[in-house]
Design a protein around this ligand. Structure first.
Ligand code: FES
Length: 116
């Protein structure tokens, strides 16, 4: 695994393109991710696919610093990717985010998606 450098960050969207609290789907270098603004205003990026089933997490509900899958209700912590509510037991991959001058930049994790 290599360390993340400035060169790894790519612009994904403007901060003003995200909902006040909620998620938006994006694609970075062919990988589908969710860009999520939590209730505290922090911005996060995780793989978009729920680790319990092949559905899009960006269509789920954001509450606090978690997102809830719309299909069976699994919840994932946006900082760690760990499931905080069943039925999912496998963490979702978390990517690094920077917000600079109103732009959301993401560096993809050096880790394959955790598919079911
Ligand atoms: S598909 Fe997400 S909780 Fe089942």
């Amino acid at each position: 695994m290599s360390a993340t450098t400035d060169a790894d960050y790519v612009r994904v969207c403007g901060l003003d393109e995200l909902p006040a609290t909620g998620a938006a789907k994006a694609e970075i270098e062919g990988r589908v991710v969710s860009i999520i603004r939590a209730e505290d205003g922090s911005v996060h990026c995780i793989d978009d696919e729920c680790t319990h089933g092949r559905v899009s997490l960006s269509e789920g509900e954001v509450e606090g610093c978690e997102i809830e899958c719309w299909l069976h209700g699994s919840r994932f912590n946006l900082v760690t990717g760990k499931p905080t509510g069943l039925p999912a037991t496998v963490p979702v991959v978390v990517h690094s985010v920077r917000v600079t001058d109103g732009e959301v930049l993401v560096a993809l994790a050096d880790e394959a998606p955790r598919t079911v």
